[in-house]
Every structure is written in structure tokens, then in C-alpha cells.
Ligand binder design. Structure first.
Ligand SMILES: C[S@@+](CC[C@H](N)C(=O)[O-])C[C@H]1O[C@@H](n2cnc3c(N)ncnc32)[C@H](O)[C@@H]1O
Length: 234
């Protein structure tokens, strides 16, 4: 099962960059296929939970090809999408733009953003990929204003054992086939289960958020916990 894109230690970030450079041209297509289009619904739920008001300053971190950044802008927010992958940002910038969205290349663990300057921080399928989760969460808290909201959408760990087993079988045996078919490399998508197994899961993240001083934290399990939202207020 070991994917060459998952390594612990100092090379973690550069392997993740390699991964998204490889998948960028087909990323949106594979997302639609592997989730049967459901990722669009989950991203809508993320934006609902973020509740951006017109004029709010929103950061969409690990923005990839821009789905969430554009959806926040459609709700009236002034959005900066930040990602370290030039290849993913290229795809985002080629999509029909919105005047209130800017894409910036940067590291989600060291943001080029002032303290307490954002009303909303959203992260879709990014947290599982960062090299140091506690550091990333602390950085996201730094840039939020008091009362600002953080919403993280991520692959989850279903609490029910039978569903979790079935779901992990799907990630182990079916999803890598999409990597092989569309990127010529099963490892690009074998990475999803490998990184998820090492992820603390939605309840582990909830504990970390509370430990960092976020309040009103809660978890929303989507599809029996196969996907999850972590919601928190600075
Ligand atoms: C699975 S994609 C998600 C893209 C988009 N948010 C979505 O949901 O469609 C993960 C993204 O996180 C980015 N990423 C991972 N670690 C990052 C980091 N430390 N800083 C910035 N971007 C990062 C990758 O380049 C990639 O574009």
C-alpha cells in the first residue's frame, strides 16, 4: 500500500508538492469520479458552515483548483486562495475568475498574512497533507480575528467499524485505480488512505483545536463520518 508520495520528516512537503504537480491537470475530473460528484455537496456544506457575510475577509488555504475560494466569493466574501502548488494554482487561475478572488502561492504553515486579519478561514482536503498539523492549526488561529471561524473539510475516520472497514477497502483498492487510469500512477491516489491512516481523524482534530484555545468547536460527520467538517471559533 505504501505510496511514494507519503514520507515522514523533512521531505513530507516536497513529496506532497510532487503529488499535486502530477495530479493537477486531472484533479477536478478525478474528484468528480471518485466521489460521484459528492465533493461538490460537501464543499457547499463547508461554505454554509463558514457563513461568510458580504465583505468578509476569507482565506481559503490549500485552495488547489479554487472550488471553495470561488464559492466563498459567490457569497460576497473577499477571498485569498493560498496554495504552495504552482500547478494547482495554474488550473485555478485558468478558471472563469471572480473580481474578489486572488490566488497566492504560499505555505499554509507560514502564511503571508497579518495577525487577526481574517473573518473566515476554510481548508478543504488540505489539513491531512500538511507536514505539521498542530503548527498549521496554530498558524490558522493566528490569522483569524477573535470571533472568526475556521472550517476544515477532510476525509474522515468513520466511527462505525463496519462502515469504516468498507470505506477503507474502497480507498485501498478502488481509488488507486483512478490514479493509474488518469495519472498513470496508482500511488497518487494510494496516498489518500495512507495519509488518512496517519491523520488524527475529525475527533483528534477537535481535541487539538480545543487545546489551542479555539472555542465552540464541533465535528460534523458527513456520510457516516467518511467525510468530516471540523468547525471552530477563534
Ligand atoms: C487535495 S488538494 C485540495 C484542493 C482544494 N482545496 C479542493 O478541495 O479541491 C490539497 C491541496 O493542498 C495543497 N497543500 C498541501 N500542503 C500545503 C501547504 N503546506 N501549504 C499550501 N498548500 C498546501 C496542495 O498543493 C493541494 O493543492
Amino acid at each position: 500500500m505504501a505510496s511514494k508520495y507519503y514520507v515522514e520528516g523533512t521531505k513530507r512537503a516536497s513529496k506532497v508538492e510532487d503529488l499535486f504537480a502530477a495530479v493537477a491537470p486531472r484533479y477536478d475530473l478525478i474528484n468528480d469520479i471518485q466521489s460521484l460528484g459528492m465533493h461538490r455537496l460537501w464543499k457547499r456544506q463547508l461554505v454554509e458552515a463558514a457563513r461568510p457575510a458580504p465583505g468578509d475577509v476569507a482565506l481559503d488555504l490549500c485552495c488547489g483548483t479554487g472550488d471553495v475560494a470561488f464559492a466563498l466569493a459567490d457569497r460576497g466574501a473577499v477571498v485569498t486562495g493560498i496554495d504552495f502548488s504552482a500547478a494547482m494554482l495554474d488550473v485555478a487561475r485558468r478558471r472563469p475568475g471572480r473580481p474578489s478572488v486572488t490566488f497566492v502561492q504560499g505555505d499554509a504553515m507560514a502564511l503571508p498574512v497579518a495577525d487577526a486579519s481574517a473573518d473566515v478561514v476554510t481548508v478543504a482536503y488540505g489539513l491531512r497533507n500538511v507536514a505539521d498539523i498542530p503548527r498549521a492549526l496554530a498558524e490558522w488561529r493566528r490569522v483569524l480575528r477573535p470571533g472568526g471561524r475556521l472550517v476544515v473539510l477532510e476525509f474522515g475516520k468513520p466511527p462505525g467499524r463496519a462502515w469504516r472497514w468498507f470505506y477503507f477497502q474502497y480507498l485501498q483498492w478502488v481509488v488507486p485505480v483512478f490514479g493509474r487510469l488518469f495519472c498513470g500512477d496508482a500511488d497518487t491516489h494510494g496516498y489518500i488512505l495512507e495519509s488518512l491512516l496517519r491523520y488524527p481523524g475529525q475527533r483528534g482534530i477537535d481535541e487539538q483545536l480545543r487545546a489551542l484555545g479555539f472555542h465552540d468547536t464541533h465535528v460534523v460527520d458527513l456520510m457516516g463520518g467518511a467525510m468530516s467538517l471540523n468547525i471552530a471559533t477563534r
